[in-house]
Design a protein around this ligand. Structure first.
Ligand code: GDP
Length: 435
């Protein structure tokens, strides 16, 4: 769902959170307002947008800042998680023999998608067959047959037969050797009672493993009612959003997902039989926000900086040794090359020239190597390190004495800053992070 302007306005709003040590209510309000505007213009249901805004606001202001995260990352993570909730998880299915019932209104792209799904399962090495039970739209069966012929997949149908349930029954018999059966059904123009009655009967007969609803991405608010009716009738367990190649909207799909409490299974993004993409919530949101792989960043940050890595309390009491600094550098190191970490957070990366990043990463690496040549006593009591010790350490680590001196200088600067920060945990977290 294109939501093109969301990415930019969100980036601007997030920029305002940069460098903040405490969450600023006004900045969060502004961020949420931008988000609302973008989502509404993409046709996302008002109620959904309000729910999302509320949870982002209360989480951003109430939740404690996770260790090792700055304010901006904290808010970004919440926005990301709430958006993933909004579009739903990827709806699951497995690659084994199964029956799939396709639901949706005429013109939604149901027949085309049935063909695309045949191709998808065929590529996965399964024997596939289609049943054309849409005997309402003239030409629907011929269309499905043509698609299936192209990829050499059996297709059952009988355009003269008026009873769609009978077509399905006969189709199941004709395709008994097939592993994956996909049934295309009639959509008609609107949600008439006989349409619903018919699909319920097909559902009873077929006992499908999945009942997927096909929704046109440009549909908007009407998607909600459609989803509701179909869901009440047969229990939708996945949504396929078609024509994503042609619209910047698509909020309707989010409504359909929320109405059916299911998730998006596939995205249709073109007219050919190959134009079907497995939906991936993380990639989708990351792209939506115009950022790198946010999920990876969130997980990495959470696992890399564990509380036991850094003894915050000891530091608050004023003890900060080279050992502590070493642990911090190690924690940062675990997250991968600094450059890569920052590239996953393009907001942070934006203001930093890449040479500076390289320099920072190299510098840290060098510091660690130098510290590896120090004795445990020196690491615990840095004041022991006089000029002769510096010379020894330099030799052992392949560094120059000046570089060792620079490390000590850096350490003293950190120690001094820490003293200034004592009593202010949040500020300290931030500073450790900047290191
Ligand atoms: P049905 O009435 O639900 O069976 O709809 P069709 O399968 O006949 O599709 C209606 C129109 O939408 C056709 O012209 C399709 O080519 C087109 N269509 C379906 N899916 C997509 C898609 O993902 N992208 C684009 N651009 N067109 C699509």
């Amino acid at each position: 769902m294109g939501l093109d302007n969301l990415s930019n306005s969100l980036k601007d709003a997030m920029k305002k959170l940069a460098g903040k040590t405490v969450i600023d209510r006004a900045a969060v309000d502004e961020l949420v307002r931008d988000l609302q505007r973008a989502l509404l213009s993409a046709d996302v249901n008002v109620k959904l947008v309000m729910q999302l805004s509320q949870s982002i606001k209360s989480r951003a202001l109430d939740e404690d800042l996770p260790k090792g995260m700055n304010v901006r990352e904290h808010v970004l993570r919440i926005v990301y998680q709430e958006l993933v909730n909004l579009v739903g998880k990827e709806a699951e299915f497995s690659l084994r023999p199964q029956k799939i019932l396709m639901a949706g209104l005429q013109g939604s792209g149901k027949t085309t998608t049935t063909g695309k799904l045949c191709r998808y399962f065929q590529r996965k090495g399964l024997k596939v067959g289609a049943i054309g039970a849409d005997n309402f739209r003239p030409g629907a069966y011929a269309q499905l047959e043509t698609l299936c012929k192209k990829i050499n997949v059996p297709c059952y149908g009988d355009p003269k037969e008026k009873d769609a349930v009978k077509i399905t029954r006969d189709g199941l018999a004709a395709l008994k050797d097939v592993e994956v059966v996909i049934v295309d059904t009639a959509g008609r123009h609107a949600l008439e009672d006989d349409l619903i009655e018919e699909i319920m009967q097909i559902n009873d007969l077929l006992k499908p493993d999945h009942r997927w609803l096909v929704i046109d991405a440009a549909l908007g608010q009407a998607a909600r009612d459609q989803a509701k009716r179909f869901h009440e009738a047969i229990g939708i367990d996945g949504v396929i959003v078609t024509k994503m190649d042609g619209t910047a909207k698509g909020g309707g799909a989010m409504s359909a997902v929320s109405e059916t409490e299911s998730g998006i299974v596939f995205i249709g993004n073109g007219e050919t039989i190959e134009d079907l993409e497995r939906f991936d919530a993380n990639g989708f949101i990351s792209r939506l926000l115009g950022m790198g792989d946010l999920k990876a960043l969130v997980e990495k940050a959470e696992e890399a900086i564990k509380p036991e890595d850094v003894d915050v309390n000891a530091m608050l009491r004023g003890k900060f040794t080279l050992n502590d600094m070493y642990k911090q550098l190690e924690a940062v190191q675990k997250m991968g090359p600094l450059k890569q970490v920052l590239s996953m957070l393009p907001l942070g990366g934006m203001n930093v020239p890449s040479e500076a990043l390289d320099g920072t990463a190299d510098r840290m690496k060098k510091f660690r190597i130098i510290m590896d040549s120090m004795t445990p006593q020196e690491l615990d009591e840095p004041s022991l390190i006089n000029t002769s010790r510096m010379t020894r350490v330099a030799k052992g680590s392949g560094a120059t004495v000046d570089e060792v001196r620079e490390l000590i200088k850096y350490y003293k600067m950190m120690q001094k800053t820490l003293k200034g920060f004592r009593g202010n945990r949040m500020a300290m977290n931030k500073m450790m992070k900047q290191m």
